[in-house]
Design a protein. Structure first.
Ligand SMILES: [Zn+2]
Length: 381
């Protein structure tokens, strides 16, 4: 198999979008937002395919030349941009722009070859002004094949300066202010609140929901050939996200990247539950330097899941636990901390606050040390 992985779920959004396309009422700029890994970029590419299809119906026909090119990520009028690593070295702006286009082409080729590879990255990534200038130049040119061009910009919240260049967002904003008539721009974001308000206000928001766990499990069985049991366990962890599910699966004999982050998050829970301050410092030092802001944010998100699981077990609702493989340990912990259930709302709030901080320029170790102290106080009060 080569080309895009099949699109799963989101039938309601798909039919609403297809209706708007048929009626000629699809706005020129949309924002698909929803939890990470549920298929927002895949859905945006599906919409692009539909817009470019030569015989569109309720779905893209899947067979015309345009559809085949779209499905192989080779359609000259379907442009997919996503955050990349900061290019090494310097050089003229032209050289940089060229390097970024090469990197984008390399990643597209990789997705074409391995459509199911995990999209979870450990490296700091962002958008750069040269990328957005390239995008803008293409929007100004005529479509190569049909009558329109479609642009998909994934993980658009990363346009906010951190790894990204501050000017990248401005170039995109200019485009959204005066979009060419033959151009559709589709942004995706997990957290629309992180987009610049000036950009967000120019987009029609479309909510993309998590998938039912059964759909995720079926996808894993069909596409990755794993057992139903393993698929169900991973689907539960992934909470409706195929992208996350793939991130939990082993990768080349190693635990998947999200599995490592789940272990780190578990370490933090144990440290928060420890009566020893040294244990909390040690955990903060060990997990803190994990790297890019996405990694840190994932660890904190998974920590919130551990906290909820502990609270569920303490409240006698073990059947709702997400980390089912750790049920005996959670039970032992809950037996030691009978107030965990009452403390959980405050604990989850503290984790969320730390996650918000993690989006800025904070020292992760310090943030974690403070968080663990707060969690420990919540558990013992
Ligand atoms: Zn078609």
């Amino acid at each position: 198999m080569s080309g895009l992985a099949p699109l799963r779920g989101h039938e309601d959004v798909r039919s609403a979008l297809a209706r708007a396309v048929r009626a000629g009422e699809l706005p020129g700029s949309l924002l698909l937002h929803g939890p990470p890994g549920v298929g927002k970029q895949r859905l945006a590419l599906w919409l692009g395919q539909l817009l470019l299809c030569e015989r569109p119906g309720v779905e893209p026909c899947g067979e015309c030349r345009s559809c085949r090119l779209s499905l192989h990520l080779q359609h000259p009028d379907l442009h997919w941009f996503f955050p990349i690593e900061r290019p090494k070295g310097g050089g003229s702006p032209e050289k940089l722009a060229e390097g970024m286009e090469e990197e984008r082409a390399r990643q597209l080729a990789q997705i074409r070859e391995q459509p199911l590879r995990t999209l979870v990255s450990d490296k700091p990534i962002g958008f750069f002004i040269q990328q957005m200038q390239t995008l803008r130049r293409v929007t100004a040119s005529r479509p190569a094949m049909g009558s329109r061009k479609v642009f998909v910009i994934g993980d658009a919240e990363l346009l906010v300066p951190q790894e990204s260049s501050p000017d990248a967002a401005n170039v995109l904003l200019k485009l959204l202010e005066e979009p060419p008539a033959d151009t559709t721009v589709l942004l995706t974001a997990s957290d629309p609140d992180e987009l610049l308000p000036t950009i967000r206000s120019r987009l029609l928001p479309i909510r993309v929901r998590a998938l039912p766990a059964d759909d995720v499990a079926r996808f894993l069985v069909e596409q990755r050939g794993i057992s139903a049991d393993a698929a169900n366990r991973v689907a539960r962890l992934a909470q409706g996200s195929i992208g996350h599910a793939l991130g939990f699966l082993p990768d080349g004999g190693e635990p998947g990247p999200l599995e490592k982050r789940r272990a780190d998050a578990r370490l933090l829970l144990d440290a928060a539950a420890s009566p020893r301050a040294e244990a909390r410092f040690a955990a903060a030092l060990r997990v803190g330097p994990a790297g890019a802001r996405g990694v840190f944010s994932d660890v904190l998100e998974l920590l919130a899941v551990w906290v909820r699981d502990l609270a569920a077990v303490a409240a006698g609702a073990a059947e709702t636990v997400v980390n089912v493989d750790a049920l005996p340990e959670l039970e032992a912990l809950a037996a030691r901390l009978p107030d965990a259930s009452a403390a959980a709302p405050r604990m989850v709030r503290l984790v969320e606050e730390a996650r918000t901080l993690a989006h800025g320029n904070v020292n992760p170790q310090l943030t974690l040390a403070n968080l663990l102290r707060g969690l420990s106080e919540a558990l013992s009060s």
